[in-house]
Design a protein around this ligand. Structure first.
Ligand SMILES: [Cu+2]
Length: 138
């Protein structure tokens, strides 16, 4: 084996190793995000909110399959820590049929919207599956 071949093989196996170390993290991205509206948007009093999740599948409330859950929208209220059940009221909306969008009506001014993905028993998946934005309602 020449020096050059050895060098090449070492180089390739290093690259492959680096790639394999890097890929799993990218493949299992864990997050939620607002498809709309976006941070800082100005919206009419009634507007559509669309949800996206990566690293989990959407399932109806009651389905306790690992790796699944449903979306929640928290309006002008505090975050819900991991494993804590999300209350059900006007500030804590559940999308327990597996919905990925909704229409909401808010008063004029600034509002903080928080998405929180949670399991079939409405227990928060924590910060990894939480996203907050601020919007201004006209
Ligand atoms: Cu719920």
């Amino acid at each position: 084996m020449t020096f050059r071949t050895t060098f090449r093989m070492t180089f390739y196996s290093f690259s492959l190793g680096a790639l394999l170390t890097f890929l799993p993290g990218a493949a299992v991205a864990q997050s939620v995000d607002f498809v709309e509206p976006k941070q800082g948007d100005t919206v009419p009093s009634t507007f559509t909110v669309r949800f996206a999740v990566e690293g989990m599948a959407v399932a109806p409330a009651g389905d306790m399959t690992a790796g699944t859950g449903h979306h929640h929208l928290l309006i002008d209220t505090a975050d819900i820590e991991e494993n804590v059940a999300i209350p059900m009221d006007d500030q804590h909306r559940h999308f327990g049929k597996g919905q990925t969008e909704t229409s909401i009506t808010l008063t004029p001014g600034k509002h903080r919207l928080t998405m929180q993905f949670a399991d079939g028993a409405h227990r928060s998946y924590g910060a990894k599956y939480r996203k907050s934005i601020e919007v201004t309602v006209k």
